[in-house]
Write a protein that binds this ligand. Structure first.
Ligand code: PGA
Length: 251
């Protein structure tokens, strides 16, 4: 049985005070019996320590939004996997379409980030997904296959086992145009087929695949109920505690 996960990607939002309020509200609203899903918050770097302090209560886990492809040393502005690990960070979003687009992160860079994360015991939440023109041209499977293969399939079985995949169609991110539950189900099933071909059925069945893209408390149930959808990566709706916790309860 795969564990459900709901991860909040705060992106570049909130002041320190707002971040603290949000975490406090999330913790107040979550109570252990009613939170079957693993709840992860992914704040900006400067708020990670705040989040890991609160995570000591055991209700939430903390993810970073980025990670250096390098180990350590003279890389001004970078934050390494070992630093994140030493702060109690458990997950890291890697391959998000915003980083692919605005920071030119290519397969080589993403592979290095995935390797760094795994080397230091951080579980990658690896994002894949097609743009609108790619979907309209019927290339969505091809694009997602390329993301999964080039970003992850160099890993051996033990390493791959620790990776979480997030299917995030780029046209659904921050647009209010969520994928239909059927589109999500279809792509999740396709990704699992790719994993079966590379690592076998047991690993494919154990791999957690999240959906992301305009997921909110109104549409979460119909998406999460679909076979092969193991929870969500939530952007905008993760910035409001009641909305986010309501999504967590639907996983
Ligand atoms: P959204 O973002 O929920 O605001 O669409 C999702 C994401 O980018 O991870």
């Amino acid at each position: 049985m795969r564990r459900k996960i709901v991860a909040g990607n705060w992106k570049m939002n909130l002041t320190f005070q707002e971040a603290e309020e949000l975490i406090e509200e999330i913790l107040e609203l979550l109570d252990e019996e009613n939170a079957p899903a693993e709840v992860v918050v992914c704040p900006p770097y400067p708020y990670l320590e705040l989040a890991t302090d609160y995570s000591e209560e055991g209700m939430i886990k903390v993810g970073a939004q980025n990670i250096s492809p390098f180990d350590s040393g003279a890389y001004t502005g970078e934050v390494s996997a070992s630093m994140l690990k030493s702060m109690g960070v458990s997950y890291c979003i890697i391959g998000h379409s915003e980083r692919r687009k605005y920071f030119n992160e290519d397969d080589k860079m993403l592979t290095a980030k995935v390797n760094q994360a795994l080397k230091h015991g951080i579980r990658p939440i690896f994002c894949v997904g097609e743009s609108l023109p790619e979907r309209e041209a019927g290339r969505h499977f091809e694009v997602v296959r390329s993301h999964v293969r080039h970003g992850l399939f160099h890993l051996d079985t033990d390493e791959f086992h620790k990776v979480i995949i997030a299917y995030e169609p780029v046209w659904a991110i921050g647009t209010g145009a969520t994928a239909t539950p059927e589109q999500a189900e279809e792509m999740h099933s396709y990704i699992r087929t790719l994993i079966t071909e590379r690592y076998g059925e047991e690993i494919a069945e154990a791999t957690i695949i999240l959906y992301g893209g305009s997921c909110n408390s109104s549409n979460a149930s119909e998406i999460f109920i679909k076979k092969g959808v193991d929870g969500g990566l939530i952007g905008g709706a993760s910035l409001k505690a009641d909305e986010f916790v309501s999504i967590c309860r639907k996983a």
